[in-house]
Design a binder for this molecule. Structure first.
Ligand code: B3K
Ligand code: ZN
Length: 852
């Protein structure tokens, strides 16, 4: 398969200002009639070319005259003479057998669509690219019994009864949109209705559509939706623009959710939540995804992408917007720590591996592979840096200009940066490198004090990544403060140090007291910091840094330093880590969620990332030993914190109560590391008495980890209680696949044969294969059985759903970071995948690039 290059972009030859669609909906065979009003774009004599995939063409007409179809490279080629024409097609498609879950497909009795990135071509012949914007009129007809609800984008304008027990509905969307935002849903659905009045007084009817049994689980999503609508008015001045906003939940979905104009379609996982079945993390994820999709109405829909290389234009910006929303609704520090943890777990490894790409990629084989942590999460960090550099007011002026200037258009990342530049007067020339250079910069910092001043010496370098051997210096905004070693006060208040050169020094005048360097506060830049520190500095920062994130970071650094030493064969000094955690646990000033975060040591993945090569079992052992030492030394503090955390109110989702439950899980983890028997008793009791899914799930995870008859009993009880609830059964699979043990693969193989397991449901597949591959000690079993199992799953899943199958390839691509014995086994699993006949483009791209 050939790569597509960003540099080859050409504007479309033909535009489609309007399209009318008619669907005769039937899961077995749906007929789609499309009427495209096409207009020649510019001076040329090229034919109209339409994309299509798995379509049975029934008829084609131009300006009312039947035409014989011509095909070229899978496209339908329609020669046209005038400046405009009406092109009509009729096709048949088969939703029932659409296992790729792209285009129109069936899920649990519903019919629904997914078009981003290139699913619309599986519905009808169309120029399937985001820079062709059309007004949509959609008429759907279907059996009234089976499909009583018929939804599409925009507003309903008409409907009625048809022949043979059918009914129909017509919807119109007044806003021109790219076809990837088209959606329809048909089926038996119940609705949670509410309304929202916008700042300018528009009354919007809100609906969350689910299976009747799930209706009681939609309250949290509805609250989040209304909060998001109000937040976007307050924070970005963005108001909703249609009379209706609908969300539909479906169980078979390739990712989290989709921002179709006025008709968001969600994975049930990010809509449904109640105390019985959803953990605090699930509640938070529901709110964040609801907000994310809602925010796309402006950042993505009103202003969309010119081509798919610009994906971060909408995704980076929208992730940043949903992160800011979560920070405003909850605890800023705790949210930020979570964001950084995700970035380090998912994006840093990507940036350091064979699949590294800039947030605006230069080429792809299959665009679906580029919905990555780099485009999304690093993309969001880039927007955050822009806000830091411009300051909040200029940033807001910039986004206002961006939305105003480009409303209704398909634009580029460059256009966004230009709007910020124009509105603020800042020169962002060098900053643009964040869009073109891949790889995580490493910043080295050293503070020298002399003659009443402190001098900060900084250097930066970015490692080579595939296709980019040499890197230029980046613009790195580092929030920096100096903290008096004795006084604990800021002797130099926080300022943004803008590192732009390969080497740079910054002077802080009038600093006489010995000072501690607090740098990259609030994680102001997505970089790896390596600070040269004197003995005792991290220990001091861990208790005195005035920035919560930096304080967290000091504890992490302290642990990281010792763990890396241990992995390298040196002796681990547990005492400084223990002391920092003790004072954190005992502090009256810190909230429980922060304490819980501080307790979690750098992950095995993060440790492996910091080394050129490592043995996963050594990494695991060293980390586990430190956990055991901490658990033993802090036993009474941990027991106290564990006991005190039981006061969390099960009905409440405040930061305090969620924090207490998080602290409960973290302390239980340490007690288990020190004394598995004690933990088994505590976890069994916690499991039996659990009043929330948070407590139940963490107890179950702990029991599964320590094993024994209590574990089997709890797993059995959990299964029996929730066997009718697929989202909870996903947890049951996930918990067992996440046990960090060498024999987890055996359990995973058995679970893959469980009657509830299916490769066809992406949530279930992620619960088993995704959880397993994200558990390094289990996945990297020395005999390679984990790799072989994953390769088998990828190949089987590829025949069903390539997009989802390809998501499991990157863990095998980390072989360069793993000791040679396992690395060879990982490579041979990748080679076996590549040798398989009939491989999809999706898996081919990931596997071939991973072998490098
Ligand atoms: N825009 C969708 C993702 C579509 C993924 C297509 N492979 C969800 C989101 O980011 O909001
Ligand atoms: Zn998005």
């Amino acid at each position: 398969p050939a790569a597509i290059h960003r540099a080859d972009y050409r504007p479309p030859d033909w535009l489609v200002p309007a399209i009318a669609l008619e669907f005769d909906l039937d899961p077995a065979r749906t007929v789609v009639r499309a009427r495209l009003e096409v207009a020649r774009n510019g001076e040329h004599d090229r034919a109209l070319r339409l994309d299509g995939e798995e379509l049975e063409l029934l008829s084609l007409a131009v300006d009312g005259q039947a035409v014989d179809p011509q095909f070229e490279d899978g496209q339908l080629v329609v020669p046209l003479t005038g400046a405009s024409a009406v092109v009509e097609t009729e096709v048949a498609i088969r939703p029932q057998v659409n296992t790729k879950l792209m285009g129109l497909y069936a899920s649990g009795g519903l019919l629904c669509t997914q078009c981003e990135s290139q699913g619309f071509r599986r519905i009808t012949w169309f120029p399937d690219r985001p820079d062709v914007l059309s007004r949509y009129r959609v008429r759907m007809s279907a059996d009234r019994q089976r499909f009583p609800v018929l939804l599409s984008n925009g507003n309903p304008v008409d409907g009625g009864e048809g022949p043979d027990g059918t009914h129909w509905a017509q919807w119109e969307d007044p806003f021109p949109k790219p076809c990837y935002l088209f959606a329809l849903v048909a089926g038996e659905l119940s609705v949670n209705r509410d309304s929202f009045t916008t700042a300018s007084g528009r009354e919007v009817e809100l609906g969350i559509w689910v299976r009747e049994d799930d209706l009681a689980k939609t309250g949290h999503a509805m609250r989040a939706l209304k909060d998001s609508m109000a937040w976007d008015e307050r924070t970005y001045g963005r108001e909703y623009d249609l009379d209706r906003f609908n969300i539909v939940a479906v169980s078979d979905f390739n990712f989290g959710a989709m921002e179709n104009k006025g008709l968001n379609i969600f994975n049930t996982r990010y809509v449904l939540a109640d105390r019985e079945t959803a953990s605090d993390a699930d509640f938070d994820a529901v709110a964040a995804v609801v907000a994310h999709e809602y925010f796309h109405n402006w950042s993505g829909n009103r202003v969309t992408c010119r081509d798919w290389f610009q994906l971060s234009l909408k995704e980076g910006l929208t992730v940043f917007r949903d992160q800011s929303f979560s920070e405003d609704m909850g605890s800023q520090a705790v949210e930020r720590i979570d964001q950084v943890r995700t970035l380090r777990a998912a994006q840093f490894p990507e940036d350091a591996g064979p699949l590294a790409h800039p947030i605006r990629p230069d080429s792809y084989i299959e665009i679906t592979n580029f919905y990555t942590a780099t485009v999304y999460n690093k993309g969001a960090e880039v927007i955050r840096m822009l806000r830091t550099i411009l300051g909040p007011d200029d940033y807001r002026r910039g986004t206002d200009l961006y939305f105003e200037r480009y409303d209704g258009q398909a634009v580029t990342c460059e256009d966004f940066v230009q709007a910020l530049e124009d509105a603020s007067g800042h020169d962002l020339t060098q900053f643009r490198r964040w869009y073109s250079q891949a790889g995580t910069p490493t910043i080295r910092a050293r503070l020298v004090q002399e003659d009443g001043a402190a001098v900060l010496h900084l250097t930066q370098s970015t490692p080579p990544t595939p296709g980019q051997a040499d890197k230029l210096p980046m613009v790195v905004p580092l929030r920096t403060a100096l903290i008096g070693r004795e006084s604990g006060r800021e002797v130099a208040g926080e300022q943004v140090v803008l590192l732009t050169e390969a080497e740079q020094t910054v002077r802080f005048e009038g600093v006489t007291e010995p000072a501690l360097l607090s740098i990259n506060r609030d994680f102001s830049a997505p970089v790896i910091m390596q600070v040269e520190r004197a003995a005792g500095e991290l220990e001091a920062l861990a208790i005195s840094d005035t920035d919560s994130f930096a304080r967290y970071e000091a504890i992490q650094e302290l642990a990281l330093r010792e763990l890396l030493k241990g992995i390298g064969g040196g002796e681990v000094q547990a005492d400084p880590v223990i002391a920092a955690l003790r004072s954190t646990l005992l502090s009256n000033a810190l909230d429980p969620a922060f304490k819980a975060d501080a307790l979690i040591l750098p992950s095995e993945t993060m440790l492996a990332e910091r080394l050129d090569q490592s043995d996963p079992s050594v990494v695991h052992r060293v980390r586990d030993d430190l956990r055991a030492a901490i658990g033993t030394a802090l036993r009474s503090e941990l027991e106290d914190a564990y006991a005190a955390s039981s006061r969390a109110d099960p009905e409440s989702l405040t930061g305090e109560d969620k924090g207490l439950r998080r602290l409960r899980a973290a302390t239980l983890g340490y007690l288990a590391a020190a004394d598995p028997e004690r933990a088994r008793a505590l976890a069994a009791a916690q499991f039996d008495a659990a009043r929330t899914m948070t407590e139940r799930q963490s107890a179950l995870g702990m029991l599964a980890m320590v094993g024994g008859s209590e574990a089997e009993a709890a797993l059995g009880a959990f299964y029996e209680r929730f066997k009718g609830d697929p989202l909870v059964i996903d947890k049951w699979f996930g918990v067992q696949a996440s046990v960090a043990a060498e024999d987890t693969i055996e359990r995973v193989e058995a679970l893959a044969a469980h009657p509830d397991f299916t490769l066809a449901n992406p949530n279930r597949l992620r619960a088993l294969a995704g959880s397993f591959a994200a558990t390094p000690f289990a996945f990297h079993r020395a005999d390679g059985r984990g790799y072989e199992w994953l390769a088998d799953v990828i190949l089987k899943a590829d025949a069903i759903n390539p997009q989802t199958a390809a998501r499991f390839v990157p863990p095998l691509g980390r072989w360069r970071k793993v000791e040679p014995g396992r690395a060879a086994l990982m490579r041979s699993a990748l080679e076996r995948i590549l040798a398989a006949p009939g491989l999809s483009k999706d898996v081919f791209e990931q596997a071939s690039k991973s072998l490098g």
